[in-house]
Design a protein around this ligand. Structure first.
Ligand SMILES: CC(C)(COP(=O)(O)OP(=O)(O)OC[C@H]1O[C@@H](n2cnc3c(N)ncnc32)[C@H](O)[C@@H]1OP(=O)(O)O)[C@@H](O)C(=O)NCCC(=O)NCCS
Length: 297
C-alpha cells in the first residue's frame, strides 16, 4: 500500500500475460459478486482489434483498462479497474488518457464507455476527463416466455431497409439513444450498414401502421454463445407504447416457438417502451446504464 499523499509515479504500458496474477488479485473483490475480468482476460489479450493497458507503480500492476476499435472512427473503453489500495492516486486517469491518445493516433474521432448510474467514483473520473453522458439505457429480463399474438409486427426484409432507416432518422428514440445500439454491454453506433446487417441476419422486427414503419427492434443471440444458455437480447427498441408492446409480443412468441428460455431487453430509457416491457412482465433493473462519450479532436 502507498500513502496517497506521496503521489507515486504511474507508468502505463500494454498488458502482458504475466500481469495476469497481479491483475486477478486486485480484481477479486471489485463487486460483491467478484469480477468478470478473469473470464475475459485471455480473450482480450489475443483480440486483434483491442488492447489492454496496465498501470504500474514501482513496477507492480495497479490498474487496467481495455480498449476496442469498433469502427475506424470509434473506440469503446471497458474494464477500468484500480487496485483498491491505489485508488485516488490518478491511476484510472493516467490509463484513460493513454487510451484516448492511442485511439486518437489511430484516427478515432470518438471514445465511448458505459457505467452504472450508481457508480459515482467512475462518473467523477469521467467528468474530470471531459466525458459527457449521452444516453441512458435500461436493462430488463424475463424467463416467462409465453405464446403471444401480435398484430402488426413482422421480420424486416431487405426491401424494408430504406423505410426503416428513414424512420430512424426522424425518431425521437433514436435521438435519445444517441444513435446507439448494444450487444453484451458494448454500445455501437447504429448506421445504415449496421441496420442492413441486422436485417440480412433476420434480426430486425418491424412494426407498421397505415402510414408505414412506426417501430423496430434489433435483436441478437450473442448471450446464448457467451453464456451457454438459450437466450436472446434486444439491442435497440424504437416505437411508441403500442408498437413496442406488439413487437415485444412478436419477440416473446418467436422465443416460445424456437425454445429460447430468457430474454434480456436493453432499451434507451424511454418511458412508453419501459412501460411496454413492464406490461409484459419483464423485471426492470435498477440501476441504469449511462453511456459516456468524449470527442477526440
Ligand atoms: C472507478 C475507478 C476505476 C477509479 O480509479 P482511480 O484510480 O481511483 O481514479 P483516479 O485516482 O484517477 O480519480 C480521478 C478523480 O476522480 C474522482 N474520484 C475517483 N474516485 C472517487 C471516489 N471514490 N469518490 C469521489 N471521487 C472520486 C476524484 O475527483 C479523483 O481525483 P482526486 O482524487 O484528485 O480528487 C476505481 O474506483 C475502481 O476500480 N472502481 C471499481 C471498478 C469500477 O467501478 N470501474 C469503472 C467501471 S465503468
Amino acid at each position: 500500500m502507498v500513502n496517497s499523499r506521496t503521489k507515486p509515479k504511474i507508468y502505463v504500458r500494454k498488458a502482458k500475460s504475466s500481469d495476469k496474477e497481479a491483475v486477478f488479485n486486485f480484481c477479486r473483490k471489485t463487486w460483491s459478486w467478484g469480477d468478470y475480468i478473469p473470464k475475459v482476460w485471455d480473450k482480450w489479450l489475443k483480440e486483434k482489434n483491442s488492447i489492454v493497458f496496465v498501470a504500474t507503480i514501482n513496477k507492480v500492476p495497479v490498474g487496467i483498462s481495455h480498449l476496442t476499435i469498433d469502427k475506424p472512427s470509434e473506440v469503446w473503453l471497458s474494464g477500468a479497474r484500480t487496485d483498491p489500495n491505489y485508488r485516488r492516486m490518478g491511476v484510472a486517469t493516467a490509463i484513460t488518457k493513454k487510451c484516448l491518445k492511442y485511439a486518437q493516433v489511430r484516427g478515432a474521432k470518438i471514445a465511448r464507455l458505459v457505467t452504472e448510474s450508481n457508480n459515482k467514483a467512475a462518473q467523477r473520473v469521467l467528468r474530470k476527463l471531459g466525458f459527457q453522458p449521452i444516453t441512458e439505457f435500461v436493462e430488463a429480463k424475463t424467463e416467462n416466455i409465453t405464446k403471444e399474438v401480435s398484430e402488426n409486427s413482422r421480420w424486416a426484409e431487405v426491401k424494408d431497409i430504406n423505410s426503416a432507416w428513414a424512420y430512424l432518422q426522424n425518431s425521437e428514440v433514436y435521438r435519445e439513444s444517441a444513435g446507439l445500439y448494444t450487444v453484451l454491454f458494448h454500445w455501437y453506433s447504429l448506421e445504415k450498414e449496421d441496420l442492413e446487417k441486422f436485417v440480412k441476419q433476420r434480426k430486425v422486427i418491424l412494426h407498421e401502421n397505415s402510414k408505414g414503419v412506426d417501430g423496430l427492434v434489433l435483436i441478437d443471440n450473442a448471450s446464448s454463445r457467451e453464456w451457454r444458455e438459450k437466450s436472446l437480447q434486444t439491442c435497440y427498441i424504437d416505437g411508441d407504447y403500442t408498437a413496442a408492446l406488439d413487437m415485444l409480443k412478436f419477440l416473446k412468441n418467436h422465443c416460445y416457438t424456437i425454445g429460447i428460455q430468457k430474454i434480456y431487453a436493453f432499451t434507451c430509457n424511454y418511458k412508453p417502451i419501459v412501460k411496454a416491457l413492464d406490461k409484459l412482465g419483464f423485471e426492470i433493473d435498477e440501476p441504469t446504464d449511462i453511456v459516456y462519450a468524449k470527442k477526440l479532436v
